[in-house]
Write a protein that binds this ligand. Sequence first.
Ligand code: HEC
Ligand code: HEC
Length: 415
Amino acid sequence: MKTTLTIIPHAISAGLLLMTFAAFAQPRPIDGRPDPIRPGPNPPQQPIPAAGQLGGPLLNLTPAQLADFLAGREEFANVETPASGLGPIFNNVSCAACHFVPATGGASEIFVTRFGRVVNGQFDPLTEKGGSLLQQFAINPAAREIIPREANVIARRQTTPLFGLGLLEAIPDAVIAQNALRPNPDGIKGRAAVVPDVVSGQMRIGRFGWKAQQATLLAFAGDAYLNEMGITSRFFPHENAPNGNTNLLARFDVFADPEDEIDPQTGTGDIDLAANFMRLLAPPPRGPSTASGRAGEPIFGQIGCALCHLPAMFSGPNSIAALSQKRVDLYSDLLLHDMGSLGDGIGQGAAGPREMKTAPLWGLRASAPYLHDGRAGTIEDAIRLHDGEGARSRDRFLRLPPGERRQLLDFLNSL
Ligand code: HEC
Ligand code: HEC
């Protein structure tokens, strides 16, 4: 929200709010861990990469689409403050403050924390205590969230890169559903994550997030504006109460909701701008091809990686020509799999505590560390940590002679 100072209904000036925010810019550690996030200042605005490169727009956009990309990129990096609606509780001050490696729209080692309670195998997100996502910061220390005593599961989720997400969005639900019907030699039984989509009001197949919890980029943008920055919008009109405490919310939520205002001229808000940027981001370009990497490609299929990391799917017809009926080399079936000990213990959307969405492998060389909580420093470690439905192909990887293992890793590094 860029309009400031106009809709503060209480006798609190924006200046005072800014002061309390500044006073709180030094976060305290939670759980004895050093705090991973320092809200603001934003990473410096990076130059715009060329079309088709990491962080650049899709190739062959029209001038109007390119203008949407640029306006969206600006909003994506726009720093929110208490005077523009940030908070009362939040995790960071802009989308780009978490998504910036190696370019605006990328990943980072910044993680968010989820918590909940598992009793008799049932996951309870502790909604009444502000779960399952922790908001680590507040515009006033009195509103700051803690992990409630009741929680017996705490999980970290690493920031994912957003390159090529428009192509993922353009894959028809039926194509993803089809993947679940493939033969499953290794006891692999992926299933589509059917989730409510706030944008269409329909049940759709989720594909975004570690748990495939959202189906569309606009829904994810609205979700992130609310849950990462405390900015309400037409799809997510209710502010999060700090640890569920509605008195604290009433005290510190001084803006009328929804905070993301619709521009009367364009009919769109900030969530639409951010969604446009993500939709028009180019997919990661393939890295240099080497003889060793080319030799690794068939091994990827032979040891069963491709059963989940499906090399490609096709997008359906789309009003944006650059997204229409394209081959999408994502290396994922976009299905949920029971990953055993690799699961994060959190139930979310359609995914159970042990289920994770097959992570796309395109752009792998630029997104270390790996796995949902960043526990793997290298691609090899990420493979070793596969469990559950991924255990058999992991074991075949471990049995590969060193030369073939090297070839497979060279292949993965070229994606
Ligand atoms: C505090 C850091 C942080 C901020 C701020 C943030 N994100 Fe994220 N983002 C994450 C993390 C962590 C994930 C993985 C979340 C998950 O699946 O649990 C993620 C995932 C996503 C995804 C899914 C990507 C995929 O590969 O499926 C989208 C889309 C996204 N963010 C968009 C946004 C937008 C738009 C904004 C700004 C409104 C934003 N994010 C702000 C940390 C952040
Ligand atoms: C049963 C399905 C399945 C199979 C088989 C499988 N994977 Fe995965 N893979 C996943 C899932 C699910 C994740 C995400 C897990 C997480 O982060 O908790 C993942 C994550 C990864 C990652 C980390 C990606 C990132 O961005 O963090 C790599 C690398 C990877 N897999 C490579 C492989 C290789 C190589 C093989 C074959 C030896 C393989 N996988 C077999 C399902 C599978």
